[in-house]
Design a protein around this ligand. Structure first.
Ligand code: NAD
Length: 493
């Protein structure tokens, strides 16, 4: 072990047992199957995790339905808020422990887990705790003598939450906090690469007062658990975050039961720098936009469009900054780029570097794996130049630390290039011209547009996609609308 790794060696983390979490307790998986979860920075097995089956989905849905009919269903809206707030406090009290487990499971720097991911989960819990007793319907003037009409916003029922591995605790809590605040109960399937914090969270939430069965967690295979959830007649809604490909499968399958779905899918987000922008700030924004989170970020600014007159100057600064970003031990507090989540993810991302080279792109920096004590799935942050927007590396989601840079001449061209994508999750605009900033923001086909910043999120602001980046929104009031049904009541006399 190098000095750098030794300096960062953690206390032994508290890991969940190799069981499912159903009805407020640890439960053996039917069939007794487990799988190993691996630390991508060391390639060592962290622990065994229970692998759920369709029969386990049935059990979890029964527990969630029982909680809907009893414990959680009978909890007043105000008490739901209080309990969610207590859960947030309990998580905050154990923030270091959760951050450590998140980093071990995902390979992201401890700096990110400790100061961004777990705090963002806590923020979502508190935000939706505040909403719990403020969700209400409306009254309407309607035709007819003394006819009175009003709406109720009711919980949908059992919500199935299916999450990816890149922001495990954040993605889980964005869904769980909003769904519970609305009075739903939840069956959650975390991604197989990163199931640990979700399991730990379910236990913590019950200890902090969440009634048994309100939150159930089933790790396991995509189709064995996720598919069984989507097909289950007693799950009212699926809230899915993951790839566009799996989202398409879910959307088709959900049609059989006309299940409500929210799909938060992939992206290939444009980050546009105009010559009148603050170039230093844009360099920093382009760098964070693609290399934060190892580029395993749905909204990563993976296509950088730079006005030609400042293109070379900006690229020079960006390459210089990128070359100083050294992948390292995720547990070291100074590390800013960790390990990619798995060997196959690194192979996929490295494969795209080759695809880019074969298409005629040049590797301006990076493009190789990185050696951190001979273990782990590290790669160097990479910038490809000489790229045309029609190339595969400019059109397909790479989901790793690979940026493609493309020059443009006119604002209209930048917008046209930015919108020439099947995706529409996010976009960035860098300019000091306020009018241009608003005009371009309006023209971009993206669910989120950042002006003179990138990768900013807030529990109060809706997040979601246009086009094949999905539909429905997480966060803000928008999520409340997606986790409730509207019932209209007419009262005659
Ligand atoms: P993935 O689609 O492979 O898996 C996501 C989840 O779906 C996992 O829990 C997986 O086990 C499950 N799953 C797989 N097959 C399933 C099936 N047939 N039925 C039901 N569930 C199934 O995605 P991933 O590799 O875990 O995550 C990366 C992807 O997620 C990227 O495309 C990224 O852009 C996207 N993502 C989107 C957002 C967003 O908010 N739009 C956020 C984060 C990640």
């Amino acid at each position: 072990m190098s000095e750098k790794r030794a300096a960062a060696a953690p206390h032994a983390p508290k890991l969940p047992p190799a069981k499912l979490f159903i009805g407020g307790q640890w439960a053996e998986p039917e069939g007794g199957k487990t799988f190993a979860t691996e630390n991508p920075a060391t390639e060592a097995t962290i622990c065994e995790v229970a692998s759920g089956s369709p029969a386990d989905v049935d059990r979890a849905v029964e527990a969630a339905q029982a909680a809907l009919d009893g414990g959680w269903g009978e909890t007043s809206a105000r008490d739901r808020g209080r309990i969610l707030w207590n859960v947030a406090d309990a998580l905050e009290a154990r923030i270091d422990e959760f951050a450590l487990v998140e980093t071990l499971d995902n390979g992201k720097p401890i700096f990110e887990s400790r100061y961004v991911d777990v705090p963002a989960g806590i923020a979502a819990l508190r935000y939706y705790a505040g909403w719990a007793d403020k969700i209400h319907g409306d009254t309407f003037p309607v035709e007819g003598p003394f006819v009175f009409a009003y709406t109720l916003r009711e919980p949908m029922g059992v919500v199935g939450a299916i999450t990816p591995w890149n922001f495990p605790i954040i993605q889980a809590l964005w869904k769980i906090a909003a769904a519970l605040a609305c009075g739903n109960t939840v069956v959650h399937k975390p991604a197989s690469y990163t199931p640990l914090t979700a399991l730990k969270f379910a236990e913590l939430a019950c200890e902090a007062g969440l009634p048994a069965g309100a939150l159930n967690v089933l790790p396991g295979g995509g189709s064995a658990v996720g598919g069984a959830m989507v097909g289950h007649p007693d799950i009212a809604k699926i809230s899915f975050t993951g790839s566009t490909e799996v989202g398409q499968t879910i959307m088709k399958q959900a049609a059989d039961t006309v299940k409500r779905v929210t799909l938060e899918l992939g992206g290939k987000s444009p980050n546009i720098v105009f010559a009148d922008g603050d170039i230093e700030a844009a360099v920093k924004g382009a760098y964070n936009g693609i290399f934060y989170g190892k580029g395993e970020v749905c909204a990563a600014g993976s296509r950088l469009f730079v006005e030609r007159s400042v293109h070379d100057q900006l690229l020079e600064k960006l390459i210089d900054r990128t070359e100083r970003l050294q992948p390292g031990d995720p547990l070291h507090p100074k590390t800013r780029m960790g390990a990619l989540v798995s060997s196959s993810q690194r192979d996929t991302v490295m494969g795209y570097v080759d695809i880019g080279k074969n298409e005629g792109a040049e590797v301006a920096t990076g493009g190789t794996t990185a050696d951190v004590d001979g273990k782990g799935y590290f790669m160097r942050p990479t910038i490809l130049t000489g790229v045309d927007n029609s190339m595969r590396v400019a059109q397909e989601e790479i989901f790793g630390p690979v940026l493609v840079a493309i020059p443009f001449d006119e604002p209209e061209e930048a917008v046209q290039l930015a919108n020439a994508s099947i995706y529409g999750l996010a976009a960035g605009v860098w300019t000091r011209d306020v009018g241009k900033a608003h005009k371009v923001a309006a023209q971009l086909q993206a669910g989120t547009v950042w002006i003179n910043q990138y990768n900013w999120y807030d529990s109060g602001a809706p997040f979601g996609g246009y086009k094949q980046s999905g539909f429905g929104r997480e966060l803000g009031r928008a999520a409340i609308e997606h986790y409730t049904e509207t019932k209209t009541v007419f009262v005659g006399t």
